[in-house]
Design a protein around this ligand. Structure first.
Ligand code: 5GP
Ligand code: ZN
Length: 147
C-alpha cells in the first residue's frame, strides 16, 4: 500500500467508493466522474505504476477482470459497445498513478464521441522508421521473453 495513492486508500477503505466487483487480487469500482454512467475502474490491489512496469502475473489477473466487467456491462446494462482505455503518464492523460483500466459502457444515445483527427506518415521510409525502432526495442528489452 502506498498511503499517498488515492486508489490504495480506496482499497484500504480509507476513502469511499462504490464497489462493483472484488476478489483477492482485484477491485472494480465506479469512476467518480463517469464519461458514461456505469464507467468502471479496474485496479490491482497491489500498488504498481505504470502498466509498462507492472509484473505480467498482475496484468494477467487484471485483464481477466476487465473482460468480466465488460461482459457484465453487455448483459447487465445492455451496452451496445464497450470502450476499454488505459493511460500511462500525465502527457497521456493519466491522473492517478496506480495502474488501472477504464471500462466504459456505450449506448446508442450516450452522446459521447472519441472522434479525433488521424494523421499519416510522410512516406514509406518515415513509416518503416517507426516500425524498426519499436522492433529493435522489443528485442533488446530484458522483459522480451517474459511475456
Ligand atoms: P486517469 O486519468 O488516471 O486514467 O483516470 C483516473 C480516473 O479516476 C478519473 O476518471 C477520475 O474521475 C477517477 N477518480 C479520481 N479520483 C477518484 C476517487 O476518489 N474515486 C473514484 N471512484 N474515482 C476517482
Ligand atoms: Zn496505489
Amino acid at each position: 500500500m502506498n498511503s499517498d495513492c488515492i486508489f490504495c486508500r480506496i482499497i484500504a477503505r480509507q476513502l469511499p467508493s462504490t464497489t462493483v466487483y472484488e476478489d483477492p487480487h482485484t477491485l472494480a469500482f465506479l469512476d467518480i466522474a463517469p464519461i458514461v454512467k456505469g464507467h468502471t475502474l479496474v485496479i490491482p490491489k497491489t500498488h504498481h505504476d505504470p502498466l509498462l512496469d507492472t509484473p505480467g502475473p498482475v496484468l494477467e489477473q487484471l485483464i481477466l477482470v476487465v473482460r468480466k466487467l465488460a461482459r457484465a456491462m453487455r448483459s447487465g446494462l445492455g451496452a451496445a459497445g464497450i470502450n476499454i482505455t488505459q493511460a500511462n503518464g500525465p502527457l497521456a492523460g493519466q491522473i492517478v498513478p496506480h495502474v488501472h483500466f477504464h471500462i466504459i459502457p456505450r449506448f446508442n444515445d450516450d452522446q459521447h464521441s472519441w472522434a479525433a483527427p488521424q494523421g499519416d506518415y510522410d512516406d514509406d521510409d518515415d513509416r518503416c522508421r517507426f516500425a524498426t525502432q519499436i522492433q529493435a526495442a522489443i528485442t533488446s528489452d530484458p522483459e522480451h521473453n517474459n511475456g
